[in-house]
Design a protein around this ligand. Structure first.
Ligand code: ADP
Ligand code: ADP
Ligand code: MG
Length: 653
């Protein structure tokens, strides 16, 4: 019996586990680093314990601190979530030694699947089809090259300790083998502290199809159907779905049986995922899938399985951990409709999916889909942890309905303050091959630029941005009319480094006409909100000099000179602050310099645009608080002017 559960994780998964634990009547204990003291997962739990500074190695990865937190709070069980300590057999043993229940598999099962080479040998022995290749101990170059020759090119070199898509090199022909081997080893050594590799056949038209398995401590093992996770970038999942497109009951039964055999072979208990690679060229077949690895934990994409089975996998985990039997037999497992999940990340797809950080100044999700998230508006995506913002999960009676719901939900999601992959996800979910169910792991790369490129902003988006900046409605109905008409007001905006001038003329208290790049948009104020050409204007979020319009996806604009917006320079005018998170491109002044109002002091690069920061008054520079090249948060003090009317009193060295 579990009464009080400590959740040894953060972010969306910690929040999600707390939700089920509460529903089951369990008390929950969160752990957090200093960086997460105010995080959503802390608020989601009944109690919270600080376990250290921001660095994961000193907090979420510190087994002793986590176990001490459980002891101190009287927790009787620990759920590890995914990542962090979830697949660490030493942690599992330490939890047991402390007299606590680990919500997950036995340490021996984790060890059996911990290294890809040993796991593959064990699976081959258990009669599970494995990708043909070399999984042996010998690691000298000649031996591995000979193995590749015997397997036949193209081959894939994989770090045996690999994970998260790292430590993998596809090699097309013998000429490229040595170099790929060296770089794979170097990456593996750096990422996993282990440079051993295996070599396997590269499966053409690869599809990633995985099976969710569940086992109890009484010898029962079943599967909860499959998920297709073929939409990947750099071997990492982007959109997942269940069931797999084109899956037949026969192939499902064959894959399910192989996955159950894999779990049985290692004495598995709890939730696990057996990942297979399938040859997608001729459709899914009973003899066309091979074991890749087993993830001995709850998977990021488990919600799509929950959607199509109607089951709560975390509830099952907790019941199994408490010693209960599996609630259903294999034949009773439901499979209804189709579900898709998209992973929303703070990252820049156009810059090679470079992770981003920053404050989420605005975050809003539409109704009608499941959203698992660990952040709220105002929270910061820090460089310390995974930059996932949320998972958006759509369910429908069939694949096309779930796909359209996902597209709509992504288009209606509002996120500002941080570069994200939101627009990319919406385009990917609407891509022709994906829509047709023709998926394989090369799809994103093939679709390429069409998915990465943000479309040019529409005239509607520019008009909405201009209205959000100028706010003619705030002047009041009468003032609006008298103030604006017949004047043509010009609103200057920046988008992708280009200046856009939007003409705005009021045609009365509650109507205006905007002209953006030659396109005329009619605006009308209806019960406090602007309508453009007869439909509600896209929402706009203004934060400092930054305006984000949500026009089927976030469209970022900036106001060229923050001073044009009055208060942006701050109340005192002594300190020049960063209006948004960004990189300090240039410092144009030094301490002691005399400056005049409006003079450019520094250039900040944000959202791939440059913003000049100007002095709000005449004066002298007292201090430069950052260096060129520094990454700064919104509101960070960059330059301090000497107080007005007094000499700079700072002691000089
Ligand atoms: P999946 O669980 O579907 O296999 P991936 O293989 O893409 O997902 O990545 C999951 C792994 O990424 C986790 O096991 C963990 O190592 C890491 N990870 C991702 N997000 C987080 C997070 N928020 N906190 C900790 N680790 C994470
Ligand atoms: P990780 O531990 O990093 O998740 P996996 O072994 O699960 O590593 O492989 C990650 C991804 O790499 C798979 O989802 C698949 O897209 C691709 N991949 C792995 N093995 C092969 C293969 N033999 N042929 C083609 N693609 C593969
Ligand atoms: Mg994997």
């Amino acid at each position: 019996m579990i009464r009080r559960l400590l959740i040894a994780n953060r972010g969306e998964i910690a929040v999600r586990i707390a939700r089920t634990a509460r529903a089951m009547g369990l008390e929950t204990v969160a752990v957090h680093s200093d960086a997460d003291a105010g995080a959503l997962h802390v608020a989601a739990a009944d109690r919270a314990v600080r376990i250290g500074p921001a660095a994961p190695s000193e907090s979420y990865l510190d087994a002793a601190k986590v176990i001490e937190a459980a002891r101190a709070t009287g927790a009787d069980a620990i759920h590890p979530g995914y990542g962090f300590l979830s697949e660490n057999p030493g942690f599992v043993e330490a939890v047991a030694a402390a007299g606590l229940v680990f919500v997950g598999p036995p340490a021996a099962a984790i060890r059996a699947m911990g290294l890809k080479d040993a796991a593959k040998r064990a699976m081959a022995e258990a009669g599970v089809p494995v990708v043909p290749g070399y999984h042996g101990e010998a690691q000298d170059d000649d031996h591995l090259e000979g193995a590749a020759e015997a397997i036949g090119y193209p081959v894939l070199i994989k770090a045996v300790a690999g994970g998260g898509g790292k430590g993998m090199r596809r090699v097309a022909d013998p000429a490229g083998f040595r170099e790929a081997l060296a770089s794979c080893r170097a990456e593996a050594r750096a990422a996993f502290g282990d440079d051993r590799v295996l070599v396997e056949k590269w499966i053409e038209s690869p599809r990633h199809v995985e099976v969710q398995v569940f086992a109890d401590a009484h010898g029962n093992v079943i599967h909860l159907n499959e998920r297709d996770c073929s939409l990947q970038r750099r071997h990492q999942k982007v959109i997942e779905e269940a069931p797999a497109p084109g899956m037949s009951p026969e192939v499902r039964a064959a894959m399910g049986a192989a996955a159950v055999r894999a779990a049985e072979a290692i004495g598995y208990v709890g939730a696990g995922t057996v990942e297979f690679i399938a040859d997608g060229a001729r459709g899914l077949r009973s003899d066309g899938f091979w074991f890749m690895e087993m993830n001995t934990r709850l998977q990021v994409e488990h919600p799509v399985t929950e959607a199509v089975t109607g089951l709560d996998l975390v509830e099952w985990q907790l019941r199994v951990a408490a010693g209960e039997r599996l609630p259903l037999a294999q034949s009773e497992v439901p499979l209804e409709g189709h579900a898709m999940e998209a992973r929303l990340y703070a990252e820049d797809p156009a810059a090679g999916f470079l992770p981003a950080t920053g404050r989420l100044t605005h975050l809003r999700f539409p109704a009608g889909v499941r959203v698992d998230t660990g952040v709220r508006s105002g929270d910061t995506v820090s460089p310390h942890y995974d930059p996932m913002i949320a998972k958006v999960i759509a369910h429908g009676p069939d694949r096309e309905t779930s796909r359209r719901r996902l597209v709509q939900a992504l288009r209606a999601t509002e996120v500002a303050g941080c570069v994200t992959n939101l627009g990319f996800l919406a385009r990917l979910a609407d891509e022709a091959d994906f829509a047709a169910g023709a998926v394989d792991t090369g799809l994103i790369e093939r679709a390429g630029k069409a998915l990465m490129a943000e479309p040019a902003p529409s005239a509607r988006a520019m008009a909405a941005a201009a209205l959000a900046v100028a706010r003619p409605e705030a002047a009041g109905p009468q003032a609006g009319f008298t103030l604006w008409a017949p004047l043509l007001h010009e609103v200057r905006l920046l988008h992708a480094g280009e200046e856009i001038v939007v003409g705005l003329s009021m045609g009365g208290a509650d109507r205006a006409q905007l002209v953006a790049l030659g396109v005329t948009v009619a605006a009308e104020l209806r019960s406090g909100g602007w309508w453009l050409d007869g439909s509600p204007a896209p929402a706009a979020h203004v934060e400092g000099a930054r305006v984000t319009v949500f026009d089927g996806g976030p469209v970022p604009f900036a106001v060229p000179d923050p001073l044009a917006r009055g208060a942006a320079a701050g109340p005192s005018g002594d300190v020049v602050e960063a209006p948004m998170p960004g990189l300090v491109r240039a410092l144009l002044v030094a301490p002691g310099d005399t400056v005049s109002a409006g003079q450019r002091l520094a250039v900040l690069e944000a959202m791939k645009m440059e913003h000049a920061l100007a002095a709000s008054r005449d004066g002298a520079v007292a201090e430069c608080l950052v260096a060129e090249g520094a990454q700064v948060e919104a509101g960070a003090a960059l330059i301090r002017l000497a107080p007005e009317g007094g000499p700079e009193t700072e002691a000089a060295e």
